[in-house]
Design a protein around this ligand. Sequence first.
Ligand SMILES: Cc1cc2nc3c(=O)[nH]c(=O)nc-3n(C[C@H](O)[C@H](O)[C@H](O)COP(=O)(O)OP(=O)(O)OC[C@H]3O[C@@H](n4cnc5c(N)ncnc54)[C@H](O)[C@@H]3O)c2cc1C
Length: 318
Amino acid sequence: MSILVVGEQRDGALNQMSLETLAAARQMGVQLNLPVHAALFGKGAAQAAAALPAAVTVIEHPLLESYTADAASLAVRQLIEKLSARVVLFPHTYQVRDYAPKLATSIDRVLVSDVIAHQVDGAALTLVRQLFHGKVNAAVRFTGEPPFFASLQAGAYRADTLQAAPASVEGFTPQIAPEQVRSRPLELFRESARAVDLSAADIIVSVGRGIKDPENLPLIEQLAKALNAEIAASRPICDNGWLPMERQVGSSGQTVAPKMYMAIGISGAIQHLVGMKGSKIVVAINKDPEAPIFEIADYGIVGDLFQVVPALIEALKK
Ligand SMILES: Cc1cc2nc3c(=O)[nH]c(=O)nc-3n(C[C@H](O)[C@H](O)[C@H](O)COP(=O)(O)OP(=O)(O)OC[C@H]3O[C@@H](n4cnc5c(N)ncnc54)[C@H](O)[C@@H]3O)c2cc1C
């Protein structure tokens, strides 16, 4: 019995959420007294395995070179059987959303998706996931026999808590017949050249409707430059076309977990908070002392952003 983390990589580059999933698995492993294994598949998996501080199994098969849900679910299922995995954890990525429910249902199990926390009581594992755009937290417990499947929300667990651990890499070749793969992979979807991966940013300066006019955005850009930060925004800013959609943070935008998230002129609506509450430090600048963003902020500045931001830029330049 073990906990299996099925990570994700593309062309040898590990998806950082795999490390968060490993961090969660380690916590559960201590609490449930189970060893933790990790697995990767797809072209470049052996290279990406080096970035995962764990006992990693690289699932190797020519039919895994280009991703398909059919091949991925068949392959991971065979590894689960080989390792007698009790709990199988995935990062809640688009790819996982594609194949993990198929894998779980293929052995008559469910996938508890987008988990934000867990509790262990004896040998019982309780998972917490959000409903209604984060307004309600639901505690979910598995019934029946393992394996139990769950995917973890980006930023819910911190990868920087991962302790160094003995790492090893071994191979595993599953049995997959060509006729079992019913879809034909085409070229991977690529976002426009301007697309940014905010989830990889260490510092994010995020701007909301408090900025009032797109002509004021250069002020935020100056601050972001001074902090070497990425710019993000709340939804109205992107809906208005003031910043590209790919910079939107929240339930219908990206989920981010930087070391520092600076929310400027953002009220802190729940749909925004669910996308950034995993940030290590939240700094909020808002002229309304009652703004909900202050409830989750580590540092809050109550004031007019048009006075506070220039002063911050000045101080940073010094
Ligand atoms: C289905 C659904 C999905 C959604 N998805 C998202 C999402 O992914 N991301 C998202 O962000 N929102 C999302 N929303 C919208 C969300 O509900 C809020 O409307 C939005 O987050 C508000 O953006 P805001 O904080 O920039 O604007 P506002 O709520 O208008 O807040 C502006 C803030 O700026 C402050 N302010 C004004 N002037 C100044 C000044 N001079 N100095 C300092 N502070 C100032 C105000 O006090 C206020 O707190 C979604 C909504 C729905 C229904």
